[in-house]
Design a protein around this ligand. Structure first.
Ligand code: NAD
Length: 706
C-alpha cells in the first residue's frame, strides 16, 4: 500500500485516510494510494461501507497544478474516481478544510458527503482559465441541478458547508468531530440497507430548460468575462451533462479540458500562479535569511495613503500608531478610516464588532515619540524630497534599533532618503497603491544598501497584510509607473493625432485593461502626472507635444473627476464619464497649432503603440536589473495596474504575440512615428533575433544564478 493512503477497519466500516501534507493535493502518489485502497476494498466482503477522509488541515484540496504542463501521469483522475464510484458498498466522503477543484470532484464521485461545519467547497477552475476536468462538469449538474452548478462553476467562488447542505451538495453538516460522525453516517446507511448512490446515474434537474439557461449564461459571460474563452468552453461542457450519456460527457469534458489547459488563457493564469511563488526568491539571499518580526507599526502622515496603510495593518490585527503634524489633519485622516470601515459594515462585509476592534488598533498622535515602539515605520507624507529627508532624520532619532524604516514615495530617490539616517541598511521603499486598503500590489524597493533581512521583512509583511509584494530596485517610477510612462505617452500622442479620449480608452479597454489610461488620469487627478513632469522637465524630451493634452487640461483647471471634468465630463449622481466636445476641440486646435499630423489611429494601432511601448520599457527594466524577472513585471501589472489576468501580464503577453513581431512593429513605428520614442531595447532585439521568449530568458537567468 502506498505511504500516503491507509485503511483502518471500524467494524463493518472501512476508513480510507489520505495523508499527504501540507494540503493533500491530488498528486500522482495520492491518486495511486486511492486506487490501491479502493481496489483492495472491492473484494473485501466484510466491509459494508467506506469512509474516505483526509488527515491534516483539509480534505483533498485540489489537483496537482504541476501536471498541467507535463501531462497527467497514471493513474489518471477518471480511472480513480470511477473506481470509487463503482464501489459495491456505499462510500461516504468526510469533508473538512478547503476542498477545491479535484477535491470536490472526488467528493462528487463518492456516494454521500458529510462535511465539518467550517468546510468550504468550490470549483475555482474558471479563475485559472480552465474548466473542471475530473468529471465536475458532468457530475455537479447531476447532483445539484443545472443553475446552481453553473453558479458555482462560473463564479469559481467556494460555498460554505451550510450552503452546500441547502443545495444538496452535502448530505450532513457536523459541528463536532468529523470522523466519528462520518462513520456513524455510514453505519446508518448499512442499517437502512442503503446501497451506493451514484451521481452519474442521476439526471440533471433543470435540464429541460438547458437551451434557454445556457443561452442566458452565454450572454452574461460575453458581458462580464470579455475576451475570455474558457467560460464558453465550460458552458459547452456543462451542456453535455444534459445532452450526452455520462461516459460520452466525460470524454467530451476531457477533450475540452485539455484544450483550455493548453490555450493562452489557461497558460496565462498558470504563469501568474507560479509567478507569485517566484516573488520571494531574491538573488544572493539564501533561505537562511529570515525577516525581522513586526508586531507594532508606525505611520507618518494620516493622508490618503497613510490612512489606507493603517487599515491594512489593523485588518491583520497589528496595532498602528499614526502621526501627523496637526490635530485637524489627524482627525480628518482617522474620520476617513472610520468612514471606510462603516461602508464595509453597511455592505455587510464587516461586523460592527470587527470595525470597533480594528479602529481600536489605530492610535493617532502628534508626537513622533509614539513611533518609538514600532518594529516598522512607514512614511507617507507629501511627495517632497526635502520633507522626506527631514522626516527620516527625525525617525532616526526616535525609532528603536532594528526598526525597519519604509517610505511610500512613488518617485523619489530612496538611496538619498536613506543617506540622511545613521542606518541606511534599515531603509526600504514600500510603495502602496491607492486605495491602499484595497489594492493588492506592494512594490518593495530595495536601495543599494538595504539589508537582506529588511527585504525579507518587507516580503513577510506583504504576506501578512495579504498583498502581492514585488521587489524592485531604485529608479524613477520603479517597475509600475516607469512602464506606465511610455504607455501614457502614446495614449496622449494618439489624442493629439486626432483620436478622441473615448476612442483611446475604448481600444485599451477592448484589449482588457480594467480602465483606459485617460479615464485613470481623470480618476487619479490630471495634475498629478503634470506636476511630477514639471519637476523633471530638464530630464524629459524637448517636444512640445509630449504629454500635451494633460498639460492643457491642467492649465485649464480641468483636473479630472475631482473637478467634474478632465478628459471626460462627469455629470449627475453616478459621475458617469461622457465625452467632452470642448476638450476634444481644444486638443484638435492644439494639434493644429503644433502641426501634429492627423493620423486618426485605429483601435489596433492604439493598442500596439501603447502596449509595445510599455513592453519595450519592461525589457529595459530587465536589462538594468530594476525588475528581477519578467514574471515579476507581470505580477506588478496584473495586481496593480488593471492588466487582464487572462493575458498573463505584459511580458507574458509579449511572448504570446512573439518578440520578433513586436520588434518589427517597433522598428516600423521608428520610421512612421517620432523616432526619438521608438528605440528598441537591446535585450528585445537580442531575444527577437534568437527566436526566444521572456519565459525562456528567465529560465536561463535562473539557471545561471544557481
Ligand atoms: P496626502 O496629501 O493625502 O497626505 C499627506 C499627509 O501627510 C497629510 O495628512 C499631512 O498633514 C501629513 N504630513 C505632512 N508633513 C508631515 C510631517 N512632517 N509629519 C507628519 N505628517 C505630515 O498624500 P498621499 O496622497 O497620502 O501621499 C503620501 C505619499 O504617498 C506621497 O509620497 C505620495 O507620492 C505617495 N503615494 C501616493 C499615492 C496616491 O495615489 N495618493 C499612491 C502611491 C504613493
Amino acid at each position: 500500500m502506498s505511504g500516503v493512503a491507509s485503511t483502518t477497519l471500524h467494524g463493518e466500516v472501512a476508513v480510507v485516510t489520505i495523508d499527504s501534507p501540507p494540503v493533500n493535493t491530488m498528486t500522482r502518489e495520492v491518486r495511486a494510494g486511492l486506487k490501491s485502497s479502493f481496489e483492495s476494498l472491492r473484494d473485501n466482503r466484510e466491509v459494508k461501507a467506506i469512509v474516505l477522509a483526509c488527515a491534516g488541515r483539509t480534505f483533498l484540496s485540489g489537483g496537482d497544478m504541476r501536471e498541467f504542463d507535463t501531462g497527467v501521469q497514471e493513474p489518471g483522475y477518471h480511472e480513480v474516481l470511477r473506481l470509487i464510484e463503482d464501489s459495491p458498498v456505499p462510500v461516504v466522503a468526510a469533508l473538512h478544510g478547503t476542498v477545491m477543484g479535484g477535491g470536490v470532484e472526488t467528493a462528487l464521485a463518492c456516494h454521500y458527503r458529510v462535511a465539518a461545519d467550517v468546510t468550504r467547497l468550490g470549483l475555482p477552475e474558471i479563475t485559472l482559465g480552465i474548466i473542471p476536468g475530473a468529471g465536475g462538469t458532468q457530475r455537479m449538474p447531476r447532483l445539484i441541478g443545472l443553475e446552481p452548478a453553473l453558479d458555482m462553476m462560473l463564479s469559481g467562488k467556494p460555498l460554505t458547508a451550510q450552503r452546500a447542505l441547502e443545495i444538496g451538495l452535502v448530505d450532513e453538516v457536523v459541528s463536532g468531530e468529523l470522523l466519528p460522525a462520518a462513520i456513524a453516517f455510514a453505519r446508518q446507511l448499512i442499517a437502512k440497507g442503503a446501497g451506493p448512490r451514484r451521481t452519474r446515474e442521476r439526471s440533471v434537474a433543470g435540464g429541460e430548460r438547458a437551451d434557454e439557461i445556457i443561452a442566458a449564461r452565454r450572454a452574461e459571460v460575453a458581458r462580464t468575462m470579455r475576451n475570455r474563452n474558457s467560460p464558453n468552453v465550460l458552458l459547452d461542457a456543462v451542456l453535455a451533462s444534459v445532452r450526452k450519456p455520462f461516459d460520452e460527457g466525460i470524454a467530451f469534458e476531457r477533450s475540452l479540458s485539455i484544450e483550455v489547459e493548453r490555450a493562452v488563457e489557461g497558460r496565462a493564469f498558470r504563469h501568474l500562479f507560479f509567478g507569485e511563488r517566484e516573488l520571494r526568491k531574491i538573488p544572493g539571499i539564501g533561505a537562511d535569511v529570515k525577516g525581522r518580526k513586526v508586531e507594532r507599526v508606525g505611520i507618518v502622515g494620516a493622508g490618503t495613503m497613510g490612512g489606507g496603510i493603517a487599515m491594512c495593518f489593523a485588518n491583520a490585527g497589528i496595532p498602528v500608531a499614526i502621526v501627523d503634524t496637526a490635530q485637524a489633519n489627524l482627525d480628518r485622516g482617522l474620520a476617513t478610516v472610520r468612514k471606510n470601515y462603516e461602508r464595509s459594515v453597511a455592505r455587510g462585509s464587516l461586523k460592527t464588532q470587527q470595525m470597533a476592534q480594528r479602529l481600536a488598533l489605530i492610535q493617532g498622535s502628534l508626537d513622533y515619540a509614539d513611533l518609538g515602539a514600532a518594529d516598522l515605520i512607514i512614511e507617507a507624507v507629501f511627495e517632497n524630497l526635502a520633507l522626506k529627508k527631514e522626516i527620516f532624520a527625525r525617525l532616526d532619532t526616535v525609532a528603536k534599533p532594528g526598526a525597519v524604516l519604509g517610505t511610500n514615495t512613488s518617485t523619489l530617490d530612496i538611496d538619498e532618503i536613506a543617506a540622511v539616517t545613521t542606518r541606511p541598511q534599515d531603509v526600504i521603499g514600500l510603495h502602496f497603491f491607492s486605495p491602499a486598503n484595497v489594492m493588492q500590489l506592494l512594490e518593495i524597493v530595495q536601495t543599494s544598501r538595504t539589508a537582506a533581512d529588511v527585504l525579507m521583512t518587507a516580503l513577510d509583511v506583504a504576506k501578512t497584510i495579504k498583498k502581492i509584494g514585488v521587489v524592485a530596485k531604485v529608479c524613477y517610477g520603479f517597475i509600475g509607473n516607469r512602464m506606465m510612462d511610455p504607455y501614457g505617452r502614446e495614449a496622449e500622442r494618439c489624442v493629439m493625432e486626432g483620436a478622441t479620449p473615448e476612442r483611446v480608452d475604448a481600444a485599451l479597454e477592448g484589449f482588457g485593461m480594467a480602465m483606459g489610461i485617460l479615464a485613470v488620469y481623470d480618476m487619479a487627478g490630471i495634475d498629478v502626472g503634470y506636476l511630477t513632469r514639471k519637476e523633471r522637465a530638464h530630464l524629459l524630451p524637448k517636444d512640445p507635444s509630449f504629454y500635451r493634452p494633460t498639460a492643457l487640461l491642467t492649465e485649464r483647471g480641468w483636473l479630472g473627476q475631482k473637478s467634474g471634468r478632465g478628459y471626460y465630463r462627469y455629470d449627475g449622481a453616478y459621475r458617469k464619464r461622457t465625452p467632452d466636445p470642448e476638450a476634444i476641440a481644444m486638443f484638435r486646435e492644439e494639434a493644429q497649432r503644433l502641426g501634429v499630423p492627423q493620423r486618426k489611429p485605429s483601435a489596433q494601432e492604439i493598442q500596439e503603440r501603447c502596449l509595445y511601448a510599455m513592453i519595450n520599457e519592461g525589457t529595459r527594466l530587465l536589462e538594468e536589473g530594476i525588475a528581477l524577472r519578467a514574471s515579476d513585471i507581470d505580477m506588478v501589472y496584473t495586481a496593480g495596474y488593471g492588466f487582464p489576468h487572462y493575458r498573463g501580464g505584459p511580458m507574458f503577453y509579449a511572448d504570446t504575440v512573439g518578440l520578433k513581431l513586436i520588434l518589427d512593429k517597433i522598428v516600423e513605428f521608428q520610421k512612421t512615428l517620432d523616432p526619438q520614442y521608438w528605440q528598441p531595447s537591446p535585450l528585445l532585439e537580442k531575444l527577437a533575433r534568437e527566436g526566444k521568449t521572456f519565459a525562456a530568458w528567465q529560465a536561463e537567468q535562473a539557471e545561471l544564478a544557481r
